[in-house]
Ligand binder design. Structure first.
Ligand code: HEC
Length: 137
């Protein structure tokens, strides 16, 4: 089986003179039904445990990961399900994709399990989890 690789900051000891560096580590398996667990495992390193964009790897990136708790507010009060799901998959043309900043999760998840229904389940539960952490103001 092929192993997927994910950009992740390893430890505080990685702080060199020129700031934190990002290291590749193997993608670990998680339950595709647990959006919160997937978020902590795959996303928190950049987006922060609370989704606000302060993960340990954030300072090493050219673009800030942004605040995932403000997707509804920034979209006139409607959570943009479709756009969020597409930006996680990595197949839409929006800024998050096709650069080296936000990993293409569709491909990463595929390399862990080639079952399309499981990949869809992961994306859908991650999207629901992000929806559940939206702030009201
Ligand atoms: C290596 C760092 C990194 C990891 C890991 C990461 N992201 Fe991101 N993400 C980013 C960056 C940086 C952006 C902003 C991209 C840009 O503006 O170019 C982004 C953007 C996004 C967006 C787009 C928000 C919008 O405005 O449409 C979503 C949704 C998102 N990430 C979800 C996730 C999820 C879910 C995971 C885990 C499965 C994840 N990200 C893991 C760095 C990361």
């Amino acid at each position: 089986m092929r192993i997927a690789f994910l950009s992740i900051l390893t430890a505080a000891t990685m702080f060199a003179a020129d700031g934190p560096t990002i290291k590749q580590v193997p993608l670990k398996q998680t339950s595709p039904v647990d959006g919160k667990a997937m978020f902590s495992m795959y996303c928190a390193v950049c987006h922060g445990a609370d989704g606000k964009g302060n993960g340990p790897a954030a300072p090493a990136m050219k673009h800030s990961p942004g605040d995932l708790t403000k997707m509804t507010i920034n979209n006139k009060g409607k959570f943009p399900d479709e756009r969020i799901a597409m930006s996680i998959v990595g197949s839409s043309g929006i800024a998050a994709h096709g650069n080296d900043q936000m990993p293409i999760w569709g491909d990463l998840f595929k390399s862990v399990s080639n079952d399309n229904s499981i990949i869809r389940l992961r994306i859908s539960n991650l999207t629901d989890y992000i929806k559940s952490i939206q702030t009201k103001k």
